[in-house]
Each structure stands twice: as C-alpha cells, then as structure tokens.
Design a binder for this molecule. Structure first.
Ligand code: ZN
Length: 240
C-alpha cells in the first residue's frame, strides 16, 4: 500500500511551523546571550539598581518601579537609601499618601527629612546619584554635601491657576541651592543664569533632573522660579 500523499497546503503549513520554530530558537539564543553578557541596565527583565549607570532599559524600569509601592521601596532599600514611612495625612483637598522621609544613602536635604512620596524619593535618589553628584565633580571639581530646599509639602494651588500643585501631595521639591564640601554654595537665584562654572553646573543639574522627575521648572521657565528648581513626579511632563 502506498503512503498517503501530502497536500500542498499541509507542506506549506509544515514550512511555516519550521520557520516559527527557528525564529523562536534564535530569540531564545539572543535572550540567553544578552542575559549573560549585556549590562543589567540594558535589560528590561533585570532589576533596577541605583548603583548601575543609566542604560537602555533604565527609564522603563524606573517608571515601573515608581508606580509600584513595594518596588519603589525595594529599589531604595537595595540602593542603600533609607526611607522612613510617614502616616497618611489628609488636609481637606490635599493629601500625603505613599510617603516617607529620606535618611541616608543620598545627599542630605536641608531642612532635613522633608516628607515626600516614594516616587519623588526615588527620583531624588536617581537624580542625586546620576546627575547632581557627577555634575559637581565634573564642572566644579567638588563633592556635594547638601541640597538646600524650600519644601516638599504645601497645601496649595498651582501659582495663578485652579489646579492643585504637586506640593499638595508632597510630590514636589523646590531646590534653592547646592552646598559643596569645600564650603561653596551654588544658588539658583544668584548663579543659574551666570556664564561661569556655577551656571554651567546648575543648568546641567536642571537638564539632568528632566530624566528622573516628570516636571522640572527652572528660572528659564518663568520669574516665579527665579530662585529655585521645582522638581515633581506628577502626571504632567515639562522640562524647562
Ligand atoms: Zn515647587
């Protein structure tokens, strides 16, 4: 008895399956090689780490961690950053949720320990590590010892508008100056627009903030920000 002849359709289907199998094997091999040899910051499936230099997948992993209460704390903890929980607080239309105080592992803020949301603390830690400290080292040849600020939480509206400010949720930080180990103070009000190294440093720090904070407003934005950098992790995106 002769074996049944394969139809052209079944041969074509077999060829498609063989091609898909080949493709799957190639993808598995690529993923395996990437997993073994590519830096973790370039791989979406590797955990986000504060110590790793920013890579291809860092932004995606950062945003994912910022939106996940537990992951946000885990990344800070793994990076050696202390984050002390504060209880929920509701002031009329304003509220402080998912928040704490940074302590250790980041450049200290002054006044010390302002309450901020975990996404904001995460953005501060990454900005400090990957923008502020390198900019000070490279443009001013000094180590940053403190960041002077005007506050994180204030139950108020956005200047001149109806919407609530991200400060109403402790989801913003107003940076006024940076203090260096050699005693120098670099002030947003005095130095931001200067042509000297201090100005170069502050503008670089501002641009670096845009990578980690959703909204970065500097003296370039408007006169209301002539003396501070407003950095927040709210839903809008502005870098100016
Ligand atoms: Zn502000």
């Amino acid at each position: 008895m002769r074996p049944p002849r394969s139809s052209p359709e079944s041969l074509a289907l077999a060829a498609v399956w063989a091609a898909l199998l080949d493709l799957a094997l190639v993808l598995i091999a690529v993923a395996w090689i990437a997993d073994a040899y590519a830096p973790p910051q370039d791989l979406p499936w590797k955990p986000l780490r504060l110590a790793d230099p920013p890579g291809l997948a860092t932004h995606m992993k950062f945003e994912r961690a910022a939106q996940d209460r537990r992951a946000c704390r885990a990344v800070l903890r793994e990076g050696g950053v202390g984050f002390w929980e504060v209880p929920i607080r509701v002031d009329g239309v304003c509220a402080v949720l998912n928040a704490g105080r940074l302590q250790g592992g980041v450049t200290p803020l002054r006044p010390a320990g302002p309450v901020m949301t975990c996404p904001q603390a995460l953005a501060y830690a990454f900005w400090d590590r990957h923008a502020l400290r390198p900019a000070a080292r490279e443009t001013l040849g000094a180590r940053v010892v403190e960041v002077g600020h005007y506050g994180t939480y204030a139950c108020r509206r956005v200047g001149g508008r109806d919407g609530l400010s991200e400060h109403a949720f402790a989801n913003a930080l107003d940076v006024a100056e940076v203090r260096l180990a050699d005693g120098r103070r670099v002030s947003v009000l005095k130095d931001f627009k200067s042509d000297g190294a201090n100005g170069v440093f502050l503008r670089r720090v501002r641009t670096g903030a845009c990578r980690w904070f959703h909204v970065t407003l500097s003296p370039d934005y408007n006169a209301a920000h002539r003396d501070h950098l407003h950095l927040d992790s709210g839903r809008y995106r502005v870098c100016r």
